[in-house]
Design a protein around this ligand. Sequence first.
Ligand code: PMV
Length: 383
Amino acid sequence: SGNTFSMVTCNAPVNIAVIKYWGKRDEECILPINSSLSVTLHQDQLKTTTTVACSRSFQEDRIWLNGKEEDINQPRLQSCLREIRRLARKRRSDGEGGVDLAGLSHKVHICSVNNFPTAAGLASSAAGYACLGERPSNEVGVYPVALSGPFSLCSLPLLSPFSFFPVYTLARVMGVEGELSAVARQGSGSACRSMYGGFVQWIMGQREDGKDSVAQQVEPETHWPELRILVLVVSAERKPVGSTSGMQTSVETSSLLKHRSDSVVPARMKEMIDAVHRKDFAAFAELTMKDSNQFHAICLDTYPPIFYLNDVSRHIINLVHHYNQHYREARVAYTFDAGPNAVIYTLQQHVDEFLQVVKHFFPPETNGGQFVKGLPVASTTLT
Ligand code: PMV
């Protein structure tokens, strides 16, 4: 009917890379210089919720992030919108159904809310990109609780079978189905990995048009039920250098980055996929830590250098190594994205003990006893 009004709400889970994506070979299409691999988190804990409404009465496309209206004309957001509309039109003309013709010409209102600090380099922005383009200026999502150092903590169960993303929400409202990670990629690179649950690789691809640069599930979330993720929120402050400009400078100035993409990642991807298949935690942990360290070494090798880690981050790195050395095996692994917050991978049977150790070295008093109050915590909270 001429009065179509449709609305869809989806959640986008966060993914945390264990083999990092850093550097583009094509800025416009967002094509990476190396493949990457991540784990999708359970979306009850860290997620972006996006509602898209589509109506004849809307005069123009509009977007709100965490309650604040943002510029709809950001190029990456426009790419996603254009691409979804193109797919919807194609589906329609191929006689595959989908939204009716009137609906296709309707404008959309997008409303996206994060339940975690968006610009702090936590969780690689994949769901946070929700945001379709530049990082939103709101530091903290729906929780009005200011985070304070050294850190707060949440323990997450793994993975969700549902992996929704604003691109997915848009696609749903417009009746588009099928492989969408290539569209999500055009919003924010790492976002394409949030299109699937479990262990997900983003294959860099060879083609110039990016059609083969897609995300693919390596193993589903049920594959490794003992795996646990702890997020140590060191700081919720906005990161000094965003990933877009950071990568750009690294590609231009770091020779270590070229070495990484040519000679390190291809073999490392194979080893990591193998470790995941075998559920070999020691191998998984070592590769994860080495890859995080190489990424931050590249940040230092960038000119001018980029500092994402701080003293607390480095304390955590030392703590993890001492802990593992004590047991003469890797029981815990850290990884850091474009910010100081630590993401810890471990196995269920080590969670309680490792949390005791963390508590010992970072007693709650040192951060005024403040933790992320609103964040649902799966198993343990430091209080
Ligand atoms: O997708 P972007 O532009 O936010 O870049 C993400 C980069 C890292 O989080 C540092 C690594 C990764 O693979 O997620």
